[in-house]
Design a binder for this molecule. Structure first.
Ligand SMILES: Nc1ncnc2c1ncn2[C@@H]1O[C@H](COP(=O)(O)OP(=O)(O)OP(=O)(O)O)[C@@H](O)[C@H]1O
Ligand SMILES: [Mg+2]
Length: 231
């Protein structure tokens, strides 16, 4: 579905991603794990057309090189950024509708789906985004992404800063979203939880993929255990 070949990207003169190869099949949850600064968010930015790159990213056999970010969203690739980026002075529903700018007849249906997934958002529909707790804002950010009817959802650190309880809710929601037919690319520092729900994963180290396998293989890998799981 998504095919990344020999991806190189960076900021100005500084290279960050080096010769990345990564594929995502229809219906998969794929994780990318790696330490701070490894280039995970940069990779998501390249896929969603926010930064320029060399190499190829193809979506359903069509090149995304030079395709504008808003056109990439229309093709079904939706990026939920690191840090949530909620509009603080807009209500929950208004925040959700910002992600639903492409929905027409199905807006209400999409809202209903988001509220079924996160009942807490339904109870808080008129609350201002900026007054929601961190965990609630994360639900809102994911919900806003879902309003755009994604086929591929790019999630950047959805569990960052969340309590164990909210972390469970968020990982449970990702499973549900996936079982409803949405393919997921998940970037996480919660290595155990993310590999646990993933079909496959990649380990990235200073801009290079150093290991790949099924979620289970990576969880049992000695290097992964040592570097990320404190075992
Ligand atoms: N806008 C930018 N301008 C210059 N350098 C940047 C910019 N954004 C990121 N970088 C640098 O690129 C490198 C990779 O950053 P990136 O955000 O992709 O890492 P990450 O793997 O997502 O890390 P984290 O786990 O901390 O979120 C870092 O060295 C970072 O300082
Ligand atoms: Mg990041």
């Amino acid at each position: 579905m998504l095919d990344i070949q020999n991806l190189n990207a960076g900021y100005g003169e500084m290279p960050v991603l080096r010769a990345i190869n990564l594929t995502i099949g229809d219906g998969e949850i794929v994780s990318v794990v790696g330490s701070n600064g490894a280039g995970k968010s940069t990779m998501l930015k390249a896929i969603s057309g926010i930064i320029k790159y060399n190499g190829s990213i193809t979506w359903k056999s069509e090149s995304l090189q030079d395709v504008k970010a808003h056109t990439i969203v229309k093709k079904g690739i939706v990026h939920v950024p690191e840090g949530r980026k909620i509009f603080p002075d807009m209500t929950v529903v208004e925040n959700l509708m910002m992600g639903g700018y492409l929905c027409q007849k199905d807006c209400q249906q999409n809202l209903d789906k988001v509220f079924a997934l996160f009942p807490k958002l339904a109870q808080r529909r008129t609350q201002l985004g900026g007054t929601m707790s961190g965990g609630e804002q994360q639900m809102l950010a994911i919900g806003r992404g879902l309003m755009g009817n994604p086929k591929l959802l790019l999630l950047d650190e959805p569990s960052l800063g969340l309590s164990p309880l909210f972390t469970e809710v968020v990982f449970g929601a990702i499973r549900t979203i996936n079982s409803n037919g949405v393919t997921v690319l998940l970037v996480e520092q919660n290595v155990y939880q993310s590999l646990n729900i993933s079909h496959r994963g990649y380990v990235i180290e200073t801009g290079r993929i150093v290991l790949t396998g099924t979620g289970e293989e990576l969880l049992n890998n000695q290097e992964v255990k040592r570097a990320f799981l404190g075992m």
